[in-house]
Design a protein around this ligand. Sequence first.
Ligand code: ATP
Ligand code: FE2
Length: 328
Amino acid sequence: MTICLGLEGTAHSFGAGIVSSEGLVLSNVWDMLRPDEGGIHPREASQHHAYLGPLLIRQSIDDAGISPKQIDIIAFSQGPGLGPCLRTTATMARSLSLHLGVPLIGVNHCVAHIEIGSLESGFNDPVTIYVSGGNSQVIAFAGGRYRTFGETLDIAIGNMLDVFGRHVGMRFPAGPKVEKLAKMGSTYHTLPYSVKGMDISYSGMLTSARRLFDEGLPLDDICYSIQETAFGMLAEVAERAIAHTKKNEVLLTGGVARNNRLTEILQGVADRHGARFHRVSPPLAGDQGAMIAWTGILQYGVGDTLEISSSGVLPKWRTDEQDIGWKE
Ligand code: ATP
Ligand code: FE2
């Protein structure tokens, strides 16, 4: 059995998780920077990781009930993400790898969101809808890589919810608050619905939603309209990807996968196509270390390790830029 400690620190959250090669999550702890107002400042987030990282790593080892000597591999989120956050996390990972004398693995954060979902669902080859604060992608495996079939042309769905939330006085993250209010809304107000080929755009509907709020329309109705429009756009692209690829598994992952209405809509799409559906469970949906640790184990299995000298961070690393050797 191989045991991997995974460190996640691409953006506002720092996480440490320990996973075994049998796919058991032995521990998974994280902490998120929640600014009182405004968005995430990269330097503040990296300071948060620098202060709390060592404590969270210690806690993940204690929670797993192992000693540091039992760790066989160190994996870290090498990208994509905010430079200062990535560098702080990479420094911790390199130090641990050197200190324990174990291999270092650089994990693509987006690939990790997919792999933890595949582990949990048992899916082999899903169409994945990956939705978070920084990403909105419809992904499927083809020719050795995770290919992006469709994605947002401007802002990510989670970011759209957070920016709207900030405009109306909600604290970050706004996604859960928008979901709660949307349940009480009943009147649909038309918002720009923008699907271009396989890609989507959220900035137009964000501007319109803010305007509706400024005009004094009830907030619950606006939240309801935002959800129905934004999720409808994703469903259309997902549906086309399923029809095109003829895959029979649909996976919903990323922080916005916590949304029950989105889950319900995509479950419906999967049902219509006779495909199995899985929504990653809330503790594994957002950013955390277990997904990095599990992907680290998969990469280790195909010898995908890093020398310290070539372990620089990759802030713009795309999902489809990594060879997925363990799936061949
Ligand atoms: P990535 O780096 O993968 O883009 P991230 O840094 O945005 O990830 P995640 O934890 O994956 O981090 O996602 C956070 C996002 O999820 C935030 O935008 C938040 O508003 C959104 N979110 C969380 N819960 C819900 C919910 N119930 N409904 C809608 N959105 C949600
Ligand atoms: Fe994420």
